[in-house]
Design a protein around this ligand. Structure first.
Ligand code: FES
Length: 134
C-alpha cells in the first residue's frame, strides 16, 4: 500500500473505506438466505464432508436455487453423526442433520430447503446460545 503523505490523502482513504463498509452493510442480508453450514472438523472430513459440500454446491446450482449460502464450520461436537450439516431457513431456528452423505443432500434440498418439510436424520441440539442464556 502506498504511504499516506498528507491529511487530505488520509481523508480520501477514510471516505473510500467507509463507502466499502456501507456497501457491505446494505448488501444482501444473510437472514433472508438459507444458510447451510457444513462441519469440516477432521472427523467430518474423514466421514466425507467434502463430498457433501460438493453435492450441495452442485445440486443447488442445478436446481437454480440462488438464495442459499454454503459455509464450512469447525467441530460441532457430533462426531458420531458426521458428516453433519446445520441448516437455517429464513426466520427459523437452525436444524442440524446428521450422516448427510451426497445422496442425502438431494432429499434435504427437495424436502427441507424447498418446502420446509422435516426429513429423517435431525440431531437434537444439545447446546444453548449466549442469547438464550440471558
Ligand atoms: S472432533 Fe468430531 S465433532 Fe468435533
Amino acid at each position: 500500500m502506498a504511504k499516506i503523505k498528507s491529511l487530505d490523502e488520509l481523508k480520501k482513504l477514510r471516505e473510500k473505506l467507509q463507502n466499502k463498509v456501507e456497501l457491505r452493510e446494505k448488501g444482501e442480508n444473510v437472514d433472508d438466505l438459507v444458510q447451510i453450514k457444513i462441519a469440516m472438523a477432521t472427523c467430518g472430513i474423514a466421514a466425507g464432508a467434502k463430498d457433501t459440500m460438493d453435492a450441495f454446491i452442485g445440486k443447488l446450482n442445478e436446481k437454480n436455487i440462488k438464495n442459499a449460502v454454503i459455509t464450512q464450520t469447525g467441530c460441532m461436537g457430533y462426531c458420531h453423526s458426521e458428516p453433519t450439516v446445520e441448516i437455517t431457513l429464513p426466520g427459523k431456528e437452525a436444524v442440524v442433520f446428521g450422516n448427510v452423505d451426497a445422496d442425502k443432500t438431494e432429499e434435504i434440498i427437495e424436502k427441507y430447503i424447498k418446502n420446509g418439510e422435516l426429513v429423517d436424520g435431525i440431531i437434537p441440539v444439545g447446546y444453548t446460545t449466549i442469547e438464550e442464556e440471558k
